[in-house]
Design a protein around this ligand. Structure first.
Ligand code: ARG
Ligand code: ZN
Length: 876
């Protein structure tokens, strides 16, 4: 055990509960004084007095502490950087604590901090920010009723918000405004929120299923209200969807959202008062892309859905974070699927899972969705906890069917409303409602790593039988060298020789309420024999990506192309195209003189012009997997050769499909430029992808130049810019300059400008990134800017791993500097080194030097945890 490490197995129930908490925030010019009055009650009725530790933080200045109305003597308590110990408090007591905070110097953006150039104060308490506000039992299994008074100068802060209902608002003689908020729902302090500012308001209303009126309020800087309509519409859709799909209604009379320009994450589900990164609130045609529109809808839904999955039913401890995050991601994905196209949303979320979560599962920071230890709780906000957590819940839904899953959810809420529970409680509710035994299935919670299956098939003409053999394995991950077999639900189907779906029944194949055929792989190796098949069938396996695994099924190119053309499962058609592209990519990686197989190019050409297929689906078929995903199956990462193979691949496709790509571009460019329909999103996606391919042929580059100059929406403008930044100097700098001149006053658009340059494959990129850090519009304290430049550059495998530049030293310098300002942001940027073990020997050495230097530089425990795991990882 290392100092500071905490373990799931050490969990102990709290010895005290807090019956109620009253907070008074007195906001002055530079400081904020917080008076906390809480009443505590021991959970033991007659145990001798024992010490009680209240969480706090170094930044707190303790001004006064009273117990039952009497100022505590120095011997009755002790203050340390991590908190305050009451020596021997009685079994029941009232405590009054006054602390002094400096929100304007709090650059960590957790606790109470200043955002929007100091114009607004807001909070971020998840996971452990509340202890930067006052001494408290800062743990999710301590829930209490909060009453909050806020007092501030009315001119500077006319908007004063907290959770729940506004019960009082009065103007004091001295020009100060005092408001009182009361939240009738018990909650852990990580869901506490406060906002003080001078904000504009967009208001609307929602009537719940049972007839209650809810006032919907989006607060943001004055003048930005016109950009909040999409968020508002998304909120109303989310509220209606949760009623229909899960029977869940909202439970307060007001639902507030506040947009903050400085925010570490995407958004936060504080009870009744969500705080959002403004990039996930603001949208209009001029400044937001189609993807922004989609993401805003999804995150608004995500935070709204937390009201039941997270707030009403919360966590016992942070090791169970996936209880709410996995489940809420599942719910927001289902919502997005219902709002647009189920198949496309599924394809996009799987592509994202494989690029980011599979990489995490194969790297130094691999962890189970219910981790067993950690240094910094904030490091749990990973794609494993979120996206893989969601996949595990999706498997449950697949196994019990949608109606069964709904029954299980109802049971979960009726059993656990108002409680702080663990992941097993959720699995048990779904299993109990459906008479399932999920002992083995629960290994998904405790075992890290991406399981793989190897599929082998054989057909015997003699007895017309078809045998499928499936073998599972899971690579070792840190601290878990061997794994037990998983329970893997696989949706399957068989196609006949014309590609027609075969109807069959089989004792080992279950059918769920959606009519999906399901096999439960539980053994390490299992065989399935299908009899009376007149010819060899074509197997479609892991349809809809029913399990988050890697499928290893060695098939001929002709067989993959057959599935690409005929599978009745749209996901697996896309999957066939991904498998083929990955294989062909490897061929080109070996030697750039190699050619993509003609049979595939022919099939692809037919499919992308097949008007029976939706445009977005055609775009997905035409999309080469990203470098993150492709490099997972490579032994070594070499940036420039990835780049060469990739451009070669795209050029060959462009040449082979040139005529079709031009006609697709012409067909869909310039039509319905303002439309926000899923159909038009899909058309733009397809034609902008066509443009990207075409620009690998020099003569088509003017199309991108014209598109940038005449763009009628941000989707087209960024698409063109991202093509042009990869071009030689002249085109590149004209594009960058033109974009800047047009958008220099739009902060959110400038993020795109920074990010597009950081992601460029140009050999100039490193020099550009260095310059961008000195740009007057760069601000090292603003997370969106840092992510746009440094997180993106770290993801740019081609140029981050280009041996010609001292990229690792540069990145380590930035991480060390940012860690002093904001550890959570530095931690995320440090992810750039996750793949260092897969670099070429020289590069690896350089990265190793930087990792050691970072580890010895006095990092925060957040960043230290990540860097030390990177150093410790011994990849094969
Ligand atoms: N609970 C928030 C959400 O999913 C995320 C908060 C992020 N917090 C953090 N420490 N990174 O929606
Ligand atoms: Zn969440």
């Amino acid at each position: 055990m290392k100092p500071g490490q905490i373990f799931l197995s050490d969990y102990k129930a709290p010895t005290y509960q807090i019956l109620s908490t009253e907070l008074t925030f007195n906001i002055e010019n530079d400081v904020c004084r917080v008076l906390q009055k809480s009443s505590y009650k021991s959970i033991y009725s007659n145990s001798p007095p024992h010490a009680l530790f209240l969480d706090g933080s170094e930044s707190l200045i303790l001004e006064s502490i009273k117990l039952n109305g009497i100022e505590l003597s120095a011997s009755a308590y002790r203050v340390a950087p991590e908190g305050l110990t009451l020596a021997a408090p009685p079994a029941e007591f009232n405590i009054e604590i006054t602390t002094l905070l400096g929100p304007h110097t709090n650059s960590s953006l957790e606790g109470l901090y200043a955002a929007n150039n100091g114009q607004m104060l807001c909070t971020q308490c998840e996971a452990q920010g509340f202890r930067k506000i006052t001494y408290f039992l800062d743990r999710p299994d301590v829930m209490t009723i909060f009453t909050v008074h806020i007092q501030a100068d009315k001119k500077k802060y006319p908007t004063l918000l907290s959770n729940g209902n506004l019960t009082q608002s009065k103007l004091l003689d001295n020009g100060r405004l005092q408001v009182t908020w009361h939240d009738p729902h018990k909650k852990p302090c990580y869901l506490f929120a406060l906002v003080a500012g001078d904000l504009g308001l967009l208001k609307d209303e929602f009537k719940t299923l049972s007839g209650a009126k809810v006032s919907l309020e989006i607060y943001s800087a004055h003048g930005t209200q016109a950009r909040c309509h999409h968020a508002m519409e998304s909120l109303k859709k989310s509220m209606a969807w949760d009623e229909q799909r899960f029977g869940r209604e909202y439970d307060l009379s007001t639902y507030m959202i506040v947009a903050a320009d400085d925010f570490n994450a995407g958004a936060m589900e504080n009870k009744g008062l969500n705080i959002f990164n403004s990039r996930l609130v603001f949208a209009d045609s001029a400044t937001a892309t189609d993807v922004d529109y989609f993401n805003i809808e999804g995150v608004i839904a995500h935070e709204y859905f937390h009201n039941w999955t997270g707030n009403r039913v919360t966590l016992r401890d942070w090791f169970h974070l996936s209880l709410k995050e996995g489940l809420t991601v599942f719910r927001d994905q289902e919502f997005s699927m219902d709002m647009s196209s189920r198949e496309m949303v599924r394809i996009d979320s799987v592509a994202d899972l494989r690029s980011r979560q599979f990489a995490e599962d194969a790297g130094p920071n691999a962890h189970p969705i219910r981790p067993e230890s950690c240094f910094a709780v904030d490091n749990f906000f990973t794609s494993t906890i979120y996206e893989k957590g969601s996949e595990v819940i999706r498997m449950m839904q697949t196994m019990v069917g949608r109606p069964g899953f709904r029954k299980g959810m109802d049971l979960y809420f009726s059993r656990h409303d108002g409680q702080a529970v663990v992941i097993e409680d959720f699995a048990k509710a779904i299993a109990d409602a459906n008479n399932q035994n999920w002992e083995q299935f629960k290994l998904w919670y405790s075992q890290a790593g991406t399981p793989q299956i190897k599929v082998q098939e054989s057909y015997s003409d003699n007895d017309q039988s078809y045998t499928v053999e499936i073998e599972q394995s899971c690579p070792p991950t840190p601290n878990q060298t061997t794994k037990k077999p998983f329970h893997i639900p696989l949706v399957i189907g068989l196609l006949d020789e014309r590609g027609v779906e075969l109807e069959f029944t089989h004792p080992q194949v279950a059918v769920n309420s959606e009519g999906q055929k399901l096999i439960h792989l539980k053994e390490q190796k299992q065989s399935y024999i299908f009899k009376n098949l007149k010819s060899r069938p074509h197997l479609s396996i892991n349809r809809q990506f029913s399990a988050p695994i890697t499928v290893n099924f060695e098939r001929s190119l002709a067989e993959h192309i057959f599935m690409l053309r005929h599978d009745t499962d749209s996901f697996n058609r896309w999957e066939a195209s991904q498998v083929i592209m990955a294989e062909q990519f490897k061929v080109l990686l070996k030697d750039t003189a190699n050619k993509i197989d003609k049979r595939y190019l022919e099939a692809l050409g037919e499919l992308v012009t097949n008007t029976d297929l939706p445009e977005d689906f055609r775009a997905a078929l035409l999309t080469l997997p990203d470098n993150e995903y492709l490099s997972q199956s490579l032994a070594m990462i070499d940036g420039p050769s990835l780049h060469n193979a990739r451009s070669n691949f795209q050029k060959q496709i462009a040449q082979a499909l040139e005529v079709s790509l031009i006609s697709l571009y012409k067909q869909f460019h310039g039509i319905n430029t303002q439309s926000k329909s899923a159909k038009d999103f899909g058309r733009r996606r397809l034609k902008n992808l066509a443009l990207r391919y075409l620009c690998h042929i020099e003569t088509h580059l003017p199309l991108a130049v014209q598109q940038q100059q005449n763009a009628a929406n941000m989707t087209d403008e960024v698409a063109a810019l991202s093509i042009l930044v990869d071009q030689p100097k002249e085109l590149r700098s004209t594009a960058i300059h033109g974009f800047y001149e047009r958008w220099k006053n739009e902060s959110l658009v400038l993020n795109k400008w920074f990010q597009t340059q950081a992601l460029s494959t140009s050999t100039e990129t490193f020099a550009t990134v260095v310059e961008l850090m000195k740009h007057p519009d760069f601000n090292i304290k603003n997370p969106n800017r840092v992510y746009a430049v440094l997180l993106r550059f770290g993801e740019n495998l081609v140029r981050f791993h280009d041996e010609k530049n001292p990229t690792y030293k540069f990145m380590a310098d930035q991480i060390i500097a940012i860690d002093k300002i904001n550890p959570q942001v530095a931690t995320r940027v440090a992810g750039a080194f996750d793949t260092w073990q897969k670099l070429a020997p020289d590069q690896k050495k350089k990265a190793h030097v930087e990792l050691q230097r970072m580890a010895q530089s006095g990092l925060s425990k957040n960043t230290y945890e990540i860097v030390s795991k990177q150093l410790a990882a011994e990849l094969p």
